[in-house]
Design a protein around this ligand. Structure first.
Ligand code: KIV
Length: 243
């Protein structure tokens, strides 16, 4: 039986951190399940680490479904979160809802993740009312890379920090059961974690979040070129593979 949204929230309430990693295929899904991760994110980061794109924008819904199905076949206990890719929810709300249904029905995930703040509250309300659990994603939102002008820490000044807090509250109010914070100052992420009732999951957002998520290929050291400060490499597998 896979972990439910309620179980994940109860785990945080009993002071146990959430462990989430990304995963894109059945073999790695089997391995990360053996390592007892709580949640697997089938992230659209697959556009970069699997497909070799410079950003996540080209990833399609059909490609996400393909990888979600593989991960679902390779694991049976972690909660699976599937990313709604760029263009699959930014158009009409009706299309976004249909696409979220497809990700759940065809991809066999238990929840979906989308990027952005208060502008998505009507959509999130519709999804959660229809029985689709939603994870929010704030801060450095890679699908907006061209708007943000690069992969930069977000919420550094008072105005953007205050906007992030408002967005976090709006997502919680709309029904998100957890929110990912990417590339946010540690003090701000800590403050937001205190403020919210739902779990926060950080990546490059300090240690105070209720959980952490890392891209699997980064944490096992498959890409020797990627060395951000927040990344703990648990292995240096690129050396073994090259050898
Ligand atoms: O696509 C992804 O892997 C993500 C994580 C970086 C949070 O969204």
């Amino acid at each position: 039986m896979r972990k439910t949204t309620k179980q994940l929230q109860m785990q945080v309430a009993s002071n146990q951190k959430l462990v989430m990693v990304t995963c894109y295929d059945a073999t790695f899904a089997r391995l990360v399940e053996k390592a007892d991760v709580d949640m697997i994110l089938i992230g659209d980061s697959l556009g970069m680490v699997i497909q070799g794109h410079e950003h996540t924008i080209p990833v399609t819904l059909d490609e996400m479904i393909y990888h979600c199905r593989a991960v679902a076949r390779g694991s049976s206990t972690p909660h699976l979160v599937g990313d709604l890719p760029f263009g699959s929810y930014q158009g009409s709300t009706d299309t976004a809802v249909e696409n979220a249904f497809r990700l759940m029905k065809e991809g066999n995930v238990q929840s979906v993740k989308l990027e952005g703040g208060a502008q998505w509250t009507p959509l999130i309300k519709r999804l959660t009312t229809a029985g689709v659990p939603v994870v929010g994603h704030l801060g450095l939102t890679p699908q907006s890379v061209h708007q943000l002008g690069g992969y930069r820490i977000q919420g550094r000044d008072e105005e953007t920090a205050s906007q992030l807090k408002k967005d976090a509250l709006a997502l919680q109010e709309a029904g998100c059961f957890a929110i990912v914070f990417e590339g946010v100052p540690a003090t701000l992420a800590a403050e937001i974690t205190q403020m919210l009732a739902v779990p926060t999951i950080g990546i490059g957002a300090g240690a105070a979040c209720d959980g952490q998520v890392l891209v699997l290929y980064d944490l096992i050291g498959l890409d020797e070129r990627f060395n951000p400060k927040f990344l703990k490499k648990y292995a240096q597998l690129h050396e073994n593979v090259v050898d």
